[in-house]
Design a protein around this ligand. Structure first.
Ligand code: NAD
Ligand code: IPM
Ligand code: MN
Length: 361
């Protein structure tokens, strides 16, 4: 976005299941927030995921990637669902190609406990005390992308292989993001690996240690992934920035959803390379509740706050959006995943009402 333009060009990939429902909510909030500071929102909708497979025979049609690459930012709802579980190409492959095609190697997944939601976590309030984490998940490497990969042979003699692979450069650039983010926070980095077994993890640990030497003001600890999975539930307040490889980051951030009470409130932003940032709530297409208008829009709405902060550098406006969400939650206005009765739309409306006057004009 340039000053003269005063417009944000956003490629929107709503996808499957609740993807379109939470995306619509996020866009309403984004448009209202941007209007309050005189910025136009110009959206271009494109296909991704199962709906793209059905309509274009490809989970990421060329036009979707082209539009995404040319945009100021990209917003993704969710992809996948049982309808495509047996498909030879899965909807999820489109998302992986998108992340890779945008060079989005660093996935920022902040996890917080919203005041008022403490009792919705399976953890006791005193255990949750002080929990405020930022996961940096490596997003374009590791076992998700390594080759060879696939199933070969005929039953009952089939054979499957996945390859986990990391280069020093991939680890280094991800670790650098983690240390830089830590400087803006509480200056602690926990690097999670499986260095007692995996070669990739041994390299990961060495390179993260090297990068850490350039950030002497940031405390670094290494933690094995099995032990970290336990500590995350025993003392979540002990962590600040957590950096880890693609697969571990996927698993641990869903686990971290338990701290917040529901997966439906976790935001994420992916970037670091040449392309624009990709904004995507952590949750999936939630086929069990899709089409009912009850999906929790908070994850998608706070993902908008990340966009305001990272792409537009509008930190204050990002805070305004987060405060509006916080106020609505504190009033006990919640969707059914948190035992409430609000719909996606009524909760979104409540958030927009709490934005500054200019934002709703
Ligand atoms: P999921 O995240 O879709 O759902 C897990 C549980 O959390 C479900 O009970 C669901 O109802 C609930 N949930 C998730 N988001 C919610 C929200 N916003 N409001 C209320 N409840 C919410 O995970 P899943 O069921 O394992 O996966 C379903 C599909 O989504 C799969 O095809 C998977 O590959 C895909 N997926 C996509 C993404 C993505 O596009 N970024 C992320 C995760 C999973
Ligand atoms: C996520 C999702 C994706 C992942 C899937 C849908 C490919 O689970 O964003 O956490 O594994 O990265
Ligand atoms: Mn996941």
């Amino acid at each position: 976005m340039t000053e003269e333009q005063k417009a944000l060009r956003l490629t929107v990939l709503a996808g499957d299941g609740i993807g379109p429902e939470v995306t619509a909510a996020a866009l309403r909030v984004l448009e209202a927030a941007l209007r309050s500071v005189g910025i136009d929102l110009i959206t271009t909708q494109h296909l991704i995921g199962g709906v793209a497979l059905d309509q274009a025979g490809d989970p990421l049609p060329e036009a979707s990637l082209k539009s995404a690459r040319a945009a100021d930012a990209v917003f993704l709802g969710a992809v996948g669902g049982p309808a495509w579980d047996q498909a030879s190409v899965r909807p999820e492959a489109g998302l992986l190609r998108l992340r890779s095609g945008l060079g989005a190697f660093a996935n920022l997944r902040p996890v917080r406990v919203w005041p008022g939601l403490e009792s919705y976590s399976p953890l006791r309030a005193e255990v949750l005390q002080g929990a405020d984490l930022l996961f940096i998940r490596e997003l374009t490497g590791g076992i998700y992308f390594g080759r060879p990969k696939g199933v070969a042979g005929k039953a009952p003699h089939r054979h499957a292989v996945d390859t986990s692979e990391y280069s020093e450069a991939e680890v280094r650039r991800t670790a650098e993001v983690a240390f830089r983010e830590a400087r803006q926070r509480r200056s602690r980095v926990t690097s999670v690996d499986k260095a007692n077994v995996l070669a990739t993890s041994q390299l990961w640990r060495e390179v993260v240690t090297e990068v850490g030497q350039k950030f002497p003001d940031v405390a670094l600890e290494h933690c094995l992934v099995d032990s970290f999975a336990l500590r995350l539930l025993q003392q979540p307040g002990a962590f600040d920035v957590v950096v880890t490889e693609n697969l571990f980051g996927d698993i641990l951030t869903d686990e971290a959803g338990a701290l917040s009470g529901t997966l439906g409130v976790l935001p994420s932003a992916s970037g670091g390379g040449e392309g624009p940032w990709l904004y995507e709530p952590v949750h999936g297409s939630a086929p069990d509740i899709a089409g009912q208008g009850i999906a929790n829009p908070v994850g998608a709405i706070v993902t908008v706050a990340l966009l305001l902060r990272l792409t537009l550098k509008l930190d204050q406006l990002a805070e305004v959006v987060e405060q509006a969400v916080g106020a609505v939650i504190a009033e006990g206005r919640l969707t059914p995943d948190l035992g409430g009765r609000e719909s996606t739309e009524s909760l979104t409306e409540a958030v927009i009402e709490r934005l500054p006057v200019g934002a709703t004009a």
